[in-house]
Design a binder for this molecule. Structure first.
Ligand code: NAG
Ligand code: NAG
Ligand code: NAG
Ligand code: NAG
Ligand code: NAG
Ligand code: NAG
Ligand code: NAG
Ligand code: NAG
Ligand code: NAG
Ligand code: NAG
Length: 867
């Protein structure tokens, strides 16, 4: 994929000076003549730059023709799914790969990424990953890269997998690649199914009697071997199985290339593909298979596909590359053509007024023409001089926007929507607040779009977010940039462009995204008009092979639609812009990556386990620092778990910019049980070490309760701990959830482990911390590779307080009154009550700790056999 560099060189191309060897010059003594020649050439080329760069006529390349124009009657076999059918499992997909580097595995995950389907990758190791929780299944579908691996699983694992599939109604989706030098037919082990390896497939089509096709239009026939040398495994087309994709083999016999095993024999539903995802037709089958197998929790959108095409850089661009009046006429015609096929379609044109009439004579005529015909189009503001917003302050941005606005008003450019685009994505992400403010002030902007969030690559992972009331939509790549202007110079050649259109990335972008916003540039509509060709043809291809309804809607409505479809994307997820080369190049000068400090240690909690004591002890070490304490904030920053997250990356990083130590710590005990905390932390500081204190959850719950009592909170007034556990009142329920839920350690640890690798965790036994803090802290410091330090002499038991305190300048310095309170010991009845509440979770925790080779706290070993 090409990198989009939207900031074209504004400077006019100067003609090249002809190179003449100096030996010749000396001999001839014709320097004055040469200078004259140079001047004449220069004059000619600058006055008539058309001589320098020929104009290319519109290309007449054959358009895509659908092999079957008869679409037959509407196909309606696909299943619809109700909410409760999916309740048995989470929506995540388990992907079992040959190995993590497998090429085909990358295609699979690319498809899942682009469909926004959550998944977990694993490989075939001795043990299958954990498939269930105590209440439900973890995965809605199991994708197995190589079906042979499934057939050859050790008996025990095979039984486990099959049982899971049966119990939770989870289908297996898999691929059976052709085996070289293996031509004859054979039976699949354990299934009454004959297959042929290494066949060429003719006349490929989706079967109209299968329930799998949804986006795919059945009965359109792809006539020939899809491409030479691409061998398929063909399946017997028998009544025992449902043929999803039917083909003819070389002798004209009807076979299947994709089948569904309804599980009538072993109760395990399977969809098996006879080829890999390199064929787009198999890709379509795969997407439809996932919709069905996940019971509509992956890729389950309506058939509406919204397409927006922005044309940026109107008036911007080097002389010789811009639109002439013919091109403007062609643009209007192209818009009319697309209107017949995309309902309500309109191109959106973005202008930078400062460069009006900056082309050659033909192009200036084009500029005048587009102004004359401006009412045919809808417009949006680019930046007056194509300025990069991140380099400017708010007042400058405001004044430059006002100039562009005045230009638009003077020339009757219709700007009907509160939509704008920033040159080179600058200031949108990474966020430059001045741009957001100026946009709102001058244009009332409500919606914009960018390719940069969270990253340019992989393109399948781009997302939207809302910041300061502006909805930012993801922009998709279509292969058309300022530098892709001419067919014969298209990177990779015209074949490459055709492959993008006919089942390639451009096709997939529209197929997988209910809403696609494409950015093109004026230059793509000039000369041989690459853009109209590209879009008209991808639409022909989509009309042929899919059942999509192509639509256009204004950007404001589209944005509302987008965040309605993907509500979880509303809140941005802050990443570290210094870790992305493209982000680094569009940072405001106030952010200096060479002295950026972010925490590399998170003490995540849980609350009431001694996290404050631990972090204050650790800070005795000279190489450990923590955040600055802001006025009017909590003792903790609570960035990843609460409202402070909205304040953004810049706010957070400024709390740590007071000189750097080896270990920079953020201790916020609310991170532990925050649903989004682990994901957000990983997005910003993926290499951070994570410290968790596992204190007996029974004691932790009791301590929480006593904490509320000691604070005389109205919510606990008059309630004993037993009342809290038994009560039905809202107050009792609320306290119960605070005391109990954070103590379900397995549940929360599992979520952290979904993001951070086990090697980055350090688990501390809460009772050890209480009894022997200096040893615990010494161990932690060693794990952090800090230099040896004598914690023992600085952490001393304080008999008056009844707990350990640090020694500062020879005096005992204890935590505030709210820490380490004493209260009556827990009664045996209450203790056993709590014990049974935590029992299942403790068992799961024990299993999880052993699984990851984490140490098991002593309280856990002893509590397993109790209650
Ligand atoms: C889902 O709900 C419908 C009606 O609400 C019910 O008829 C159906 O049996 C339920 N399906 C499952 C799998 O529970
Ligand atoms: C897909 O299969 C074809 C034909 O067997 C093979 O040439 C190609 O390398 C495979 N692609 C991947 C990504 O495995
Ligand atoms: C899919 O997304 C994950 C997580 O963002 C990323 O690491 C991976 O490279 C992506 N895979 C592909 C093939 O795009
Ligand atoms: C196997 O499949 C064939 C049809 O392909 C069928 O006639 C036969 O009865 C099947 N055998 C069993 C044991 O199901
Ligand atoms: C096209 O736009 C009109 C007017 O805005 C609207 O009423 C109509 O529903 C739109 N049609 C489609 C198919 O979106
Ligand atoms: C904003 O930038 C302009 C020029 O870039 C400068 O003249 C002006 O003083 C700046 N304004 C503020 C408030 O910093
Ligand atoms: C960034 O900081 C480094 C050292 O702290 C300094 O040398 C460099 O000049 C700074 N760069 C900018 C753009 O301020
Ligand atoms: C880091 O760089 C920024 C921008 O150049 C500067 O304002 C800040 O003072 C620097 N901080 C340190 C600690 O050097
Ligand atoms: C860094 O922050 C700590 C804690 O707020 C403070 O005590 C210390 O003086 C700060 N250091 C610098 C160099 O600002
Ligand atoms: C707790 O609060 C109540 C109501 O505000 C007050 O009457 C009572 O004296 C308080 N108890 C203590 C021990 O502070």
């Amino acid at each position: 994929m090409q990198i989009c560099r939207c900031d074209v060189n504004i400077v006019h191309h100067l003609p090249m000076v002809p190179y003449i060897p100096t030996r010749l010059l000396k001999g001839l003594k014709v320097i004055p003549v040469l200078i004259l020649l140079y001047l004449i050439l220069y004059y000619l080329l600058v006055r008539f730059p058309d001589l320098e760069r020929p104009r290319y006529r519109p290309q007449r390349i054959v358009n895509y023709v659908c092999p079957s124009s008869d679409h037959g009657q509407e196909y309606e076999h696909y299943e619809t799914f109700s909410q409760n059918e999916s309740a048995l499992t989470e929506s995540r997909i388990l992907v079992l790969l040959e190995n993590v580097l497998s090429r085909h595995g990358r295609l699979i995950t690319h498809m899942l990424n682009a469909s926004k389907c959550p998944y977990k990758i694993d490989t075939f190791s001795k043990n299958l990953p954990l498939l269930t929780t105590s209440t439900h299944g973890r995965y809605s579908t199991i994708i197995i890269e190589n079906f042979n691996r499934y057939l050859n699983l050790p008996k025990w694992n095979r039984q486990l997998l099959d049982k899971y599939s049966q119990d939770y109604k989870v289908p297996i989706v898999s691929f059976l690649p052709g085996r070289a030098q293996f031509f004859s037919n054979s039976k699949v082990r354990g299934m009454n199914l004959t297959i042929w390896h290494n066949q060429k497939a003719l006349n490929i089509r989706f079967s109209p009697s299968s329930i799998i096709p949804y986006i795919a239009r059945p009965n359109v026939i792809l006539p020939f071997p899809v491409s030479d040398g691409r061998e398929w495994t063909l399946f017997e087309d028998s009544i025992n199985f449902e043929s999803v994709v039917v083909v003819e083999d070389i002798e004209g016999k009807r076979r299947a290339a994709v089948i569904r095993d309804k599980g009538s024999v072993d109760g395990v539903e399977k969809i098996i593909f006879g080829h890999n995802l390199t064929e787009w037709i198999i890709g379509m089958g795969f997407i439809d298979a996932l919709r069905w197998s996940t019971k509509c929790r992956c890729g389950c959108h309506s058939l509406d596909r919204f397409i927006q095409i922005d044309i940026d850089d109107i008036f911007v661009g080097a002389r010789g590359t811009r639109m002439t009046s013919d091109d403007v006429e062609a643009l209007i015609q192209s818009q009319d053509k697309l209107r017949n096929r995309i309902s309500n379609f309109s191109y959106l044109l973005g202008y930078s007024g400062a460069f009006f009439l900056h082309g050659d004579d033909l192009e200036d005529e084009g500029d005048r023409m587009i102004i004359e015909k401006a009412a045919n189009f809808m417009w949006f503001p680019h930046m007056w001089k194509h300025n990069h917003p991140q380099d400017h302050n708010e007042s400058f941005l405001e004044s430059t926007m006002i100039m562009n606005k005045q230009f638009g008003e003077m020339n009757n450019l219709r700007v009907p929507f509160e939509y704008a685009i920033s040159p080179q994505h600058g200031g949108v992400y990474p966020v430059h607040t001045a741009l957001f403010n100026a946009w709102k002030k001058v244009w009332g902007v409500k919606v914009t779009s960018t390719e940069e969030y969270p990253h340019f690559r992989p393109w399948g992972k781009r997302k939207g977010f809302i910041h300061r009331g502006i909805e930012v939509l993801p922009r998709q790549t279509c292969g058309l940039y300022t530098h892709t202007q001419l067919f014969h110079l298209y990177p990779g050649g015209i074949k490459k462009l055709t492959s993008l259109i006919e089942g390639g990335d451009l096709f997939w972008t529209i197929a997988l995204n209910p809403i696609s916003i494409f950015m093109t540039h004026q230059q793509n509509y000039a000369h041989d008009r690459l853009a109209p060709y590209t879009f008209e043809n991808v639409i022909s291809f989509l009309e042929c092979w899919t059942r999509f309804r192509l639509r256009w809607e204004d950007p404001i409505s589209v944005a509302d639609r987008y965040f309605h479809l993907f509500p979880t994307e509303k809140n941005p997820i802050w990443g570290n812009p210094c870790m992305d080369e493209r982000h680094r190049s569009i940072l405001p000068p106030t952010l200096n990556c060479s002295n950026l400090t972010l925490p590399n240690l998170l003490v995540v909690g849980p609350q009431k386990t001694g996290t404050t004591a631990l972090s204050s002890f650790l800070q005795l070490h000279p190489d450990v620092s923590t955040n600055r304490i802001l006025e009017n904030t909590f003792e903790e920053i609570q960035f990843f778990s609460g409202e402070n997250y909205e304040k953004g990356f810049d706010w957070y990083r400024q709390l740590f910019n007071n000189g750097s130590s080896k270990i920079v710590m953020d201790k916020s005990a609310t991170y532990w049980d925050s649903t989004e905390g682990p994901m957000r932390a990983f997005a910003l500081i993926p290499f951070a070490k994570i410290v968790v204190i596992l204190h007996d959850p029974i004691l932790r719950a009791y301590s929480w309760y006593n904490h509320l009592v000691a604070r005389n909170e109205s919510i606990v007034r008059g309630l004993s701990m037993e009342d809290v556990l038994n009560g039905d009142t809202p107050a009792a329920k609320k306290i119960r959830s605070r005391c109990i839920s954070g103590g379900r350690y397995a549940h929360h640890l599992d979520r952290w482990l979904q993001w951070f690798p086990p090697s980055q965790f350090h688990l501390i036994d809460g009772s050890e911390l209480k009894e022997n803090p200096s040893e615990v802290v010494t161990n932690l410091a060693r794990w952090l590779q800090l230099s040896p330090f004598d914690f023992q002499s600085l952490i001393k038991f304080n008999p008056k307080k009844g707990f350990y305190c640090k020694i500062v300048s020879g005096h005992s310095s204890c935590l505030g009154a709210s820490k380490g309170r004493s209260y009556p010991p827990i009664s045996p009845i209450l203790s056993s009550r709590l014990c049974s509440i935590f029992h299942n979770d403790n068992i799961a925790l024990h299993k999880m700790l052993l699984n990851h080779n984490f140490p098991v706290p002593t309280w856990l070993s002893s509590s397993l056999n109790q209650c």
